[in-house]
Each structure stands twice: as C-alpha cells, then as structure tokens.
Design a protein. Structure first.
Length: 89
C-alpha cells in the first residue's frame, strides 16, 4: 500500500497539469520557450505517473483496468472482472 502522501502528491500534480494544459499548449505553438520555463515543474504532464486505484502501487500498472497487476490477478481469480478468466492450455 502506498503512503497517503504519495497518492496526494500525484493527485496534486494531475490538478496542476490540467490547470496549465491550455497555457502550455499555447506557449508551445507560439514557440515561447522562455515562458515555458516560468511554469511550475509539476505542471508538465511527463511528471505524472500512473498508480493503482486500489492500492496506489506505481509499478505494474495495467492501463485498461486502472489497477496494478497484483490486484488484477486477485480480482480476476475471484471473478470480479467481467470477461476475464484464467488461461489454461
């Protein structure tokens, strides 16, 4: 389980990216690279990191489901994800 502070930091970054997205795009189109330097570091979308919605785990993230591989495996085995079943051949 990730620390609450790490989850909160990621949410804060996402809000900041959304806030400055239009301004950043406009500056990029105009070629105003000095202006881009004045924006906060965390306003850049590259700094965002996907985290599991259930545990906050930053690694092993499955985009299609929004959860980590470990949670995915447990939920699939328990039959909680529709259309997913364990492969066997």
């Amino acid at each position: 389980m990730a620390k609450e502070s790490m989850k909160a930091r990621e949410v804060k970054r996402a809000r900041l990216v959304a806030k400055y997205a239009a301004k950043r795009q406009r500056m990029l189109e105009e070629g105003d690279y000095e202006g881009l330097q004045t924006l906060p570091k965390n306003a850049c979308y590259v700094r965002l990191h996907n985290r599991c919605k259930l545990t906050g785990r930053p690694k092993g993230f499955i985009r299609q489901f929004g959860i980590s591989r470990i949670q995915f495996r447990e939920m699939a085995a328990a039959g909680l994800i529709p259309g997913v079943k364990k492969a066997s051949w």
